[in-house]
Design a protein around this ligand. Structure first.
Ligand code: GLN
Length: 194
């Protein structure tokens, strides 16, 4: 059984733990860096990226998650979590983990389309995935190692770089847990290599 941590500093933690369970894993709320040693993959949830970033600095998660990722263990950022993973943010904002080679625009849909749901074709998932966008970010540019897994109206909304996975939307707010299954498979593959 794979133990998947959900960074529990702020944001949609319980919903991710539920989706991990539906996908056949065990979800664990991670509040202290020591817990990273006990998990096979980490999800950084949606919420408010500035707040999550501040709390990550306060509780020493920046270096700890960078080390976790350097060990080959997968990290999945959803919505605010995607922003936290990015190497660059548009505007003058300071990036957080700087793990994934991409430039991200926050709140990229503007006021008219602050939140909406849609069905997305995602590479690796056989039929369209139900996706909930809430004040969502967009991936504006990606480096050569990044694989684009889905776009919405021509803009990148799901991407993978090795053991890093990122979605602009909230996959944990529906009963469609297939992106969590995809991430669980990443964790199993990584565990088999260790
Ligand atoms: N707009 C938020 C941010 O910039 C992200 C929104 C979300 O996670 N649903 O942090």
């Amino acid at each position: 059984m794979m133990n998947i941590g959900v960074l529990a500093l702020q944001g949609a933690v319980a919903e991710h733990i539920r989706s991990i369970g539906l996908a056949g894993g065990t979800g664990v709320a991670v509040k202290r860096t020591e817990q990273l040693a006990e998990i096979d993959g980490l999800i950084i949830p949606g919420g408010e990226s500035t707040t999550i970033g501040k709390l990550m600095r306060k509780y020493d998660f920046i270096d700890a998650i960078r080390d976790f990722s350097a060990q080959g263990k997968p990290v999945f950022g959803t919505c605010a979590g995607l922003i936290v993973l990015a190497d660059k943010l548009e505007g003058d904002e300071e990036p957080h983990l700087r793990l994934m080679d991409m430039t991200v625009a926050r709140n990229a849909f503007g006021r008219q389309r602050e939140s909406f749901e849609t069905d997305l074709d995602v590479k690796g998932i056989d039929t369209p995935l139900r996706a909930v966008f809430i004040r969502a970010p967009l991936i504006k540019e990606v480096g050569p190692e990044v694989d684009v897994l889905s776009t919405y109206k021509g803009e990148i909304v799901t991407a993978r770089q090795g053991n890093l996975l990122a979605s602009s939307y909230h996959p944990e707010l529906t009963d469609d847990y297939r992106l969590h299954s995809y991430f669980l498979d990443m964790a199993k593959e990584a565990a088999a290599k260790r």
